[in-house]
Design a protein around this ligand. Structure first.
Ligand code: NAD
Ligand code: TYD
Length: 350
């Protein structure tokens, strides 16, 4: 089948990227999908193993910090559109080592923008930048982040993402590059690297290891099923207005401690443990430096203007997620061997 668009999806071997790549490869056989990923510790070709032989799919290992390489790929593959997800994504790692976040998230995004600007000569293109709600800072007990909320990033991760968002908007304003952006809340689901809260807790409960809850566990996050995020990206890509930003969220706020306790209850049932057994593993540990108290997205704009809403109830999604981790032990063992152990020991020492 002739391809009428060639999409470069960056970071497509990561958690969210792999779900986006799968959705686009299967739903749009008339698009060619080029998945460009550096395969850092967070990227894994097994995440896209089921679609690797699809005729409209190609994987290229590469680094968005390398501008000459990006120029070559744009030219050789005749890239018409970009969905940019590649990033360093873990707040704790950004606290212990911010430079890689600055290099990939800021310089890498700037490279992609520069190459898109010099390769595309008309408006029949799209640069879609995928970002986070963490750019808006931290909420108190009340209120929500809207698209008009002023940026107030507070971790090296969120500051690097905020910087990349500003660059994308500046390229639209200054050079008329056709762009769209979305800022999403915390995702959960299959293939998430077990450094993030939900898969880390599932893995630790499974192995009877302490469950490290930062501070008092009172911080609040708004959780969204990763496949709902991928659908939202599809919606914004096709229906969103050029130059606009869309907030994506689950209307689904949980304190960390309530969420961890809920996971413990699910795991007790799945592992045939007596009720209350896994909760005994909860261990309160030193709080994250500069820990944002609460994130909550107002997703009214994408609902009213583009008709997107989340589909999966959190309890059902969590159970599906637990089932995925319990039945994919080989994947979990592969990603938690070697460097993961070193990271874990260094980060959770004491
Ligand atoms: P992830 O860490 O699971 O995956 C990131 C991917 O990017 C990996 O495959 C990695 O190999 C690749 N990558 C890293 N540096 C690269 C480089 N220099 N060149 C090429 N590839 C590189 O991240 P994720 O959770 O899937 O997040 C994807 C995007 O969505 C990020 O931009 C993140 O900021 C954003 N986001 C994430 C969440 C969330 O809850 N995880 C929420 C909102 C937005
Ligand atoms: P995380 O999954 O790292 O996402 P983010 O920091 O981007 O929101 O963390 C989610 C919440 O869980 C956050 O408030 C920090 C907390 N947390 C813990 O309490 N213990 C942990 O071991 C981790 C990784 C996170």
């Amino acid at each position: 089948m002739p391809h009428n668009r060639t999409l470069l999806i960056t970071g497509g071997a990561g958690f969210i990227g792999s779900h986006v790549v799968r959705l686009f490869v299967t739903k749009y056989p008339h698009y060619k999908i080029v998945n460009l990923d550096k395969l850092t510790y967070a990227g894994n070709l097994e995440n896209v193993g089921d679609i690797e032989k699809a005729p409209n799919y190609e994987f290229i290992k590469g680094d968005i910090q390398d501008k000459p390489f990006l120029t070559k790929i744009f030219l050789e593959k005749n890239i018409t559109d970009v969905i940019h997800l590649a990033a360093e994504s873990h707040v704790d790692r950004s606290i212990s080592g911010p430079m890689e976040f600055i290099m990939t998230n800021i310089v890498g995004t700037a490279n992609l923008l520069e190459v898109a600007r010099s390769s595309w000569s008309d408006q029949h293109h799209l640069f879609y930048h995928v970002s986070t709600d963490e750019v808006y800072g931290s909420l108190g007990a009340e209120g929500f982040f809207t698209e008009k909320t002023a940026y107030d990033p507070r971790s090296p991760y969120s500051a690097s993402k905020a910087s990349s968002d500003h660059l994308v908007r500046a390229y639209h304003h200054t050079y008329k590059l056709p762009v769209k952006l979305s800022n999403c809340s915390n995702n959960y689901g299959s293939h998430q690297f077990p450094e993030k809260l939900i898969p880390l807790m599932i893995n630790n409960i499974r192995h009877n290891k302490p469950l490290p809850v930062y501070g008092k566990g009172e911080n609040v996050r708004d959780w969204l099923w990763v496949e709902d995020h991928a659908r939202a990206i599809d919606t914004v890509f096709h229906l969103g207005k050029i130059g606009e930003t869309y907030n994506i969220g689950g209307w689904n706020e949980w304190t960390n401690i309530a969420l961890v306790k809920h996971l413990c209850r699910i795991m007790d049932q799945k592992l045939n443990r007596p009720a209350g057994e896994s909760e005994k593993l909860i261990t309160y540990v030193t709080d994250r430096a500069g820990h944002d108290l609460r994130y909550a997205i107002d997703a009214t704009k994408i609902k009213n203007e583009l008709g997107w809403t989340p589909t999966i109830q959190f309890e059902a999604g969590l159970e599906k997620t637990v089932d995925w981790y319990l039945s994919n032990e080989t994947w979990v063992n592969a990603v938690t061997s070697g460097d993961y152990q070193k990271y874990y020991e260094a980060h959770y020492k004491g």
